[in-house]
Design a protein around this ligand. Sequence first.
Ligand SMILES: [Zn+2]
Ligand SMILES: [Zn+2]
Length: 147
Amino acid sequence: MKARIRDSGLRCTAARLAVMDHLGSAAGPRTHAEVSEALADLGFDRATIYRNLTELTEKKIVSRVELGDHVWRFEIKRTGGHGAAGEDHPHFLCTTCGEISCLDDVRVAITPKPRRRTTASAGRGARATRIHSVTEVLLKGRCDSCG
Ligand SMILES: [Zn+2]
Ligand SMILES: [Zn+2]
């Protein structure tokens, strides 16, 4: 963790390291509130945590995801793996306990449905095959502990 912080050009402060360690041990992305709560015992206040999360996001060591509830969640950016930066993995939301976890071993492909073209609307058909750029995929169901 220390090396990753230093490699990004940031100083390795106690707060930054605590934030990184917490995100690194989490099973999924964490909200600012969750990180603050977890690190409150160590004496870091919410503003400090927020500033560190923002700095780490700007340095691209941490990525920020929004999973449809208008709450930013933070997670350590994956290195290697598939995709250009390896960070585009789907997330799983347990609808019973609300836990969100990363699905690192799952790949979801969004493929457009083939469109039948008629000669009259060939132009429009071509436009319809444009794929939206998908930034976040969230799967919902029940986690192992909820059965
Ligand atoms: Zn659950
Ligand atoms: Zn994730």
